[in-house]
Design a protein around this ligand. Sequence first.
Ligand code: C2G
Length: 136
Amino acid sequence: MSSPAPRTVITFGTFDVFHVGHLKVIERAAALGDRLVVGVSADELNLRKKGREPVFSEGERLAIVAALKPVDEVFVEESLELKRHYIEQYAADVLVMGDDWAGKFDEFGDICEVVYLSRTPAISTTALIEKISGGS
Ligand code: C2G
């Protein structure tokens, strides 16, 4: 009897100033399958979409995410518009995103399962940057 094909999960994020909310979404995403692939957004994409550079460069963010036990493979996400291409390229069975993106990726339901996970409350990169820099 042949064993069932491994289930590949894909998720995306900036993962800047890595914190426990990032870790939890990665752990929960990994638990939904056998292999976890993570797209880490390019510095250029952040500049274009968010109007600021991340604190840590894409090379640093990629290295941090790649070193995590639940992560099997990482790549640089060059554009938000390439999701369908990445899902197909990595043969993902499940797309996982935080619920700050709820409903935004339902269109990919034709090629994979789309799951939105609830965010960890009360922690964010923006709040951490403000706290560290002496703001509120
Ligand atoms: N996250 C979370 N809880 C938090 C903060 C973040 O669960 N308190 C999750 C987000 O929902 C997301 C992941 O951690 O699934 C990465 O968050 P960001 O780095 O903020 O990613 P973002 O800039 O939203 O991704 O294609 C998406 C892009 O790569 C942008």
